[in-house]
Design a protein around this ligand. Sequence first.
Ligand code: PGA
Length: 256
Amino acid sequence: MRTMIVAGNWKLNLVSESAVELAGKVVKSAGGDGPEVLLCPSFTLLHTVCEVIAGSRVKLGAQNLFWESKGAFTGEISAEMLLDIGCSHVIIGHSERRQYFGETDASVRRKTQSALLAGLKPVVCVGETLDEREEGSSKAVVEHQVNGALERFKPEDLSNIVIAYEPIWAIGTGKTATPETAQQMHKMIRKLIGNMFGSEISDGIPILYGGSVKGNNATDLFSQPDIDGGLVGGASLDAESFAQIIDAARREPAGD
Ligand code: PGA
């Protein structure tokens, strides 16, 4: 069964007023049916956005967490805190966190584990750099990241995990992977998860594409058999573009 998801990663953007306005528009675009729609604002906006989306189909996610549940870790936020404020999801291991904040496969695994333990659904991000793509090691890099993030989990854990493949060279650059290139990587990731946890798990796990998803390329991307929606940065800040992306996912049949 294919689950389509469109997630908006607002990154370090917006304040209360603009967030309320945008979230209100997203509630309208999400409507009564279609893909799962997820908004991931900054920590400070979680409460505000939670109030706007209450009673709608839109779900709330955070952009990061820390793996400890409490204690002397100034400035950190735990999975329990995210759950408490209304989150159902959390993005883990985004390439910007790996690049600027030193996150590794090991920290991604610990964070994923703490999210699962608390009952949050982790959206685990993987993806290669431009150099890695050019030297032909994309598949090996992504394979290593998927292995590193998911090893030691049990098959039942996997039913609550979402994967996002985001080639770093495509993030915020306007350069989207072609639907065929993205499909190849998604298929490889699904196969790898199948080898690790069995085909029932790999058939059901949503694998999102991220990296310059826009209203005008979402349909071609989402029509690929192994692309189950998108993790959207820039275009999620524009209500109209995000609505087009939701509509593109809505046109995809839910089952396989
Ligand atoms: P982008 O960002 O859509 O702006 O490329 C995607 C992401 O980083 O999740």
